[in-house]
Design a protein around this ligand. Structure first.
Ligand code: ADP
Length: 201
């Protein structure tokens, strides 16, 4: 099993951006959000399971999960959210594990937004890297990226582990309140560290 580092952080902290910088330096990147989207695309088995549980109105004309509709239901109905997760999470977890195991990169960055919330990934990773950023900066980034109302962003944040708890459990931290150059410098330093750790392991 390759040396794997779990990358997490709240919504809008910069996980995707940081993962791309690691990939440019040669790290393997496995992203559970990307896997989730692939597993709910047209004709995937998860879509059939979701349709059986929630009804065909949650499937688009081309056979993919209707994400906007499902997100709305999950947001309003805690039981529906749990059921959706019980269908998707084991599939995502299995695929993430497969991709990590198959990677030929010197080490793998495994992006898991809910790393601390789920627990299932902690066995897969040797270290945890947290991307940290001020709440206001994160709200503003997500507002611009997803065009979501502020209340909805704050509700998502409230459902996630708080930044203080995340930092307490981190092995490494990247601060993302500055520009991209500041981010690149931190990623480059950690990349060297992870290459060393991977070589020792
Ligand atoms: P996450 O994956 O943690 O939700 P993203 O990496 O998608 O966060 O970042 C959220 C948004 O903010 C994206 O549109 C991204 O391009 C932008 N962003 C992230 N970090 C910076 C930064 N240091 N400078 C400018 N824009 C940034």
């Amino acid at each position: 099993m390759p040396f794997a580092v779990g990358l997490t952080g709240g919504i809008g902290s910069g996980k995707t951006t940081v993962a791309e910088l690691f990939a440019e330096l040669g790290a393997g990147v496995v992203d559970t959000d990307v896997i989730a989207r692939a597993l709910t695309g047209a004709g995937q088995t998860a879509v059939g399971e979701i349709a059986r549980r929630f009804g065909p109105q949650y499937v688009t004309a081309d056979g993919a999960l209707d994400r906007a509709r499902m997100r709305k239901l999950a947001f309003e109905d805690a039981r529906a959210k749990r059921d959706l997760e019980s269908i998707l999470h084991p599939l995502i977890r299995r695929e993430a594990e497969r991709q990590v195991a198959n990677s030929t990169a010197p080490y793998v960055i495994l992006v898991v937004p809910l790393l601390f919330e789920s627990g299932a990934y902690q066995k897969l990773v040797r270290r945890v890297l947290v991307v940290d950023s001020d709440q206001e900066t994160r709200v503003e980034r997500v507002r611009r990226r997803n065009n979501l109302p502020r209340e909805e962003i704050l509700a998502i944040m409230a459902s996630q582990v708080g930044q203080a708890e995340r930092l307490r459990r981190a092995d490494d931290v990247i601060r993302n309140d500055g520009d991209l150059a500041a981010l690149e410098a931190q990623v480059a330093a950690l990349h060297r560290k992870y290459l060393d750790l991977a070589a020792e392991s």
